[in-house]
Write a protein that binds this ligand. Structure first.
Ligand code: ATP
Length: 460
């Protein structure tokens, strides 16, 4: 579909998601809660499928990768060791006129239309740029800024009944530390030999100053992170391998390669040796979808230093002791969901001039793999029998309400790959009509062959 004009916009996606039970604004009946979103009945299925596909690819099918599910609340020393308490911050500026809060780097990026890279600037340089170029507030249009202050993105809470500083704990801002602190536990219990991987899927929280763009940047989100522990010297090879694997995963989900690109980081974190993102052409423009970083042995070394516990791996053949290097591959489940929806969304003008909205989701990601649609209510008994049988194999939905044409459209809008129509012939010869979402072609097959027919499309 590369040559076809894309019809997706963020507004259209938000509206479709709300109307079809994919994603609702968080706490909506109380007027919402800035940039929190709730997944509805269809959305939770799609998101679970995204997480399952990722886990299958990076844990189940990997020769030497293992999963963990670490606690969200971790000992505060973890965040001292990782550097988050001191340096996980954004440069914020407040508009003294309208009191809105902004990230200085975002102001510069928007003002220079992406030509100036604020990642390469110090806070002083950013402040100087904003003053020299008279960058005004995007909300009220005035030029009356406070200076830049750094703002830590971690959400704090306190443990126990007293609100004393020593009880301060944090909601984790990334899942990766759960993998690092369990490095020795996993290695010991699996007897894994380096190189091996530890993966985790779970919630992370960031007090983002400028959240937005639907589920692109939220204050609560899920990450899918994979740390590959390897020997120094092999790190460059594995960095390239993970770039390739991350790209291939997106290709296999059906992404158009014209909508993806690698972007090397211009400025590396002090511990990083190599770092790049895969960017996606989202409805609001090119932005980071996932990151791949060569983190050296920084994380494990810091945890060894702060915990006093060894993080050294002993090679069982050579007896050599060393702290492994880490290649990190990290992708947000919600951000991938936004990319998947943006990629799948289509408005097709049919031959009769009617426009149909359709989500061309990979069947493995679709919420329901099929919809069972009895042509008339008095066919319900047979339709229910077929529906119940299929439900044991994969998620299926059932719809009796409205004309068959309307029911097809509803399924197209949520990306159900197959519609199964039960008619009076079904009672006679046990055959059903199967309609393909993308081609809209229909075939007639025996109801007993349905599960096997559909399962062919669910391989990933
Ligand atoms: P960004 O530059 O967009 O803030 P980041 O470089 O801080 O992202 P990482 O810390 O590398 O992101 O996190 C890894 C991945 O987690 C990102 O590539 C993205 O997919 C996801 N992610 C990070 N922050 C958020 C957020 N606030 N909301 C949703 N997903 C996020």
């Amino acid at each position: 579909m590369a040559e076809k004009k894309r019809t997706v916009t963020m507004d259209k996606l938000v509206n479709l998601c709300k109307a079809r039970g994919i994603i609702f604004p968080g706490s909506e009946i109380y007027g919402g809660m800035g940039n929190t979103w709730d997944y509805g009945p269809v959305g939770v299925e799609i998101k679970n499928n995204i997480k399952r596909a990722w886990w299958k690819r990076f844990v189940q099918e990997s020769d030497n990768s293992f999963g963990v599910d670490a606690a969200i609340l971790m000992n505060s020393r973890v965040w001292e060791a990782s550097g988050h308490t001191t340096s996980f911050s954004d440069p914020k500026m407040d508009c003294k006129e309208c009191k809105s809060r902004h990230r200085a780097d975002n102001l510069i990026e928007a003002h220079s239309k992406g030509k100036v890279n604020p990642d390469l600037m110090t806070n002083e340089e950013m402040e100087a740029y904003i003053n020299e170029h008279h960058v005004t507030c995007p909300i009220c249009g005035k030029f009356n800024w406070t200076g830049i202050r750094t703002f830590n993105l971690m959400f704090e809470t306190s443990r126990g009944v007293t609100d004393e500083s020593q009880n301060k704990i944090y909601l984790r801002p990334e899942t990766a530390q759960g993998e690092f602190v369990n490095f020795m536990n996993v290695q010991r219990t699996t007897r894994a030999k380096v190189p091996f991987g530890i993966a985790q899927v779970g919630k992370a929280f960031r007090n983002e100053i400028t959240p937005g763009n639907f589920i692109f940047r939220t204050i609560e989100f899920e990450q899918m992170e994979h740390q590959w522990f390897c020997k120094e010297g092999t790190d460059g090879k594995y960095y390239e391998e993970f770039k390739e694997k991350a790209w291939q995963f997106l290709m296999d989900l059906g992404f158009d390669k014209e909508h993806l690109r690698f972007k090397d980081h211009d400025k590396l974190a002090h511990y990083a040796k190599q770092a790049c993102d895969i960017q996606y052409d989202f409805p609001m423009g090119w932005s980071e979808l996932n990151g791949i970083h060569n983190r050296t042995n920084y994380d494990l070394s810091r945890h060894q230093e702060f915990s006093g516990k060894t993080m050294q791996y002993i090679d069982p053949v050579t007896n050599e002791k060393y702290i492994p290097y880490v290649i990190e591959y990290s992708i947000g489940a919600d951000r991938l969901m936004l990319a998947v929806l943006s990629e799948a969304y289509d408005e097709e003008t049919l031959q009769d001039g009617e426009v149909r909205n359709v989500l061309h989701l990979h069947p493995v990601l679709a919420a329901y793999k099929a919809a069972v649609l009895p042509l008339q209510k008095n066919l319900s008994e047979k339709a229910q029998e077929i529906y119940k049988k299929l439900c044991k194999r994969f998620p299926v939905t059932y719809d009796v309400a409205g004309s068959i044409g309307k029911r097809y459209r509803r399924q197209d809008e949520i990306g159900t790959p197959f519609c199964i129509t039960i008619d009076f012939d079904t009672l006679e010869d046990n055959t059903v009509t199967v309609r393909d979402r993308d081609s809209m072609e229909q075939i007639r097959i025996n109801a007993d062959e349905l599960a096997a027919y559909i399962e062919k499309y669910l391989e990933f």
